[in-house]
Design a protein around this ligand. Structure first.
Ligand SMILES: Nc1ncnc2c1ncn2[C@@H]1O[C@H](COP(=O)(O)OP(=O)(O)OP(=O)(O)O)[C@@H](O)[C@H]1O
Ligand SMILES: [Mg+2]
Length: 261
């Protein structure tokens, strides 16, 4: 197995609030990891450190065997140029999709390749077509966000992240802001990506999705990984009180019907 991403002894504090207290995680190419944890346990902060929307207080992020930044007096320091390059390799999808309202779906998807990667117009167009098609929305290419449902907007946001052709995709509660009937289509798109071998770190409260799609489930508690394992290990046979309490709070979850075709 080939390691794509490694998080080493990651700490993150905001002023005197220690949020991440030593996270170690190695992610293999093609792996889908679901991160669970109570509100405030540090899930979003962890994802944001992986793509350097937040700068870690200490520890290292290693991509393809190379540490991001360089050690100066025992502390990692980062150049803006390097972080811009790194962010292009790590796609992120948020709860609120933040599409540009004045641009069409297609223009939204082309924007990163055009302005960040500075690709030529033909390649930007090719990527827009490819990734709109992948999320099943080629037919909405000319629509503006206001003309799309929440689920469609989120799928455009996924296409926008994919158009950068990242090595890792991060999802932070990508379905939490959606009406219940729209959640399934977005989870379906995420499952397809997982099936195609995309490497993904996913924060979600959708336990049924975690059960069926994740290769590994992590349970975060107070800035540490309290428990991790296969979905069955963590969700069905948790060993830690913290995990058990969390799962009690979420009630039971129903697995999707078996697909028999
Ligand atoms: N920019 C910031 N400045 C100060 N404190 C922050 C900042 N970002 C997060 N925090 C704090 O860090 C802690 C962890 O926040 P984080 O958003 O990572 O939690 P979470 O697990 O994603 O929670 P939720 O499930 O509610 O999204 C919280 O106490 C939060 O208030
Ligand atoms: Mg969060």
């Amino acid at each position: 197995m080939e390691e794509v991403l490694r998080i080493e002894d990651l700490h993150k504090s905001f002023a005197d609030l220690a949020v991440l207290k030593g996270i170690d995680l190695a992610v293999n190419r093609g792996e889908t990891i679901v991160i669970l944890g109570a509100s405030g346990s540090g899930k979003s902060t962890l994802l944001r450190c992986v793509n350097f929307m937040e700068i870690p207080s200490s520890g290292r992020i290693v991509m393809n065997g190379r540490a991001v930044g360089r050690a100066v007096d025992g502390k990692q320091t980062y150049s803006e140029k390097e972080l811009t390059r790194l962010r292009a390799r790590v796609g992120m999808v948020f709860q609120h999709f933040n599409l540009f309202p004045h641009m069409t779906a297609r223009e939204n998807v082309m924007e990163g390749p055009r302005t960040v990667l500075k690709l030529d117009p033909a390649e930007c167009a090719r990527r827009a077509d490819t990734y709109l098609d992948k999320v099943g929305l080629a037919w909405k290419a000319d629509a503006h966000p206001s003309e799309l449902s929440g689920g469609q907007q989120q799928r455009i946001a996924i296409a926008r992240a994919l158009a950068m052709e990242p090595e890792v995709m991060l999802f932070d509660e990508a379905t939490s802001a959606l009406d219940p009937e729209l959640v399934g289509e977005v989870l379906g798109t995420m499952k397809e990506l997982a099936d195609e071998g995309m490497t993904m770190l996913i924060v979600t409260h959708e336990l049924g999705f975690a059960y069926t799609v994740a290769d590994r489930v992590l349970f975060l508690s107070e800035g540490r990984i309290l428990e991790q394992g296969t979905p069955a290990e963590v969700l069905t046979y948790p060993t830690q009180e913290g995990t058990k309490n969390f799962l009690r709070g979420h009630g039971s979850f129903r697995l999707p019907e078996p697909q028999l075709d």
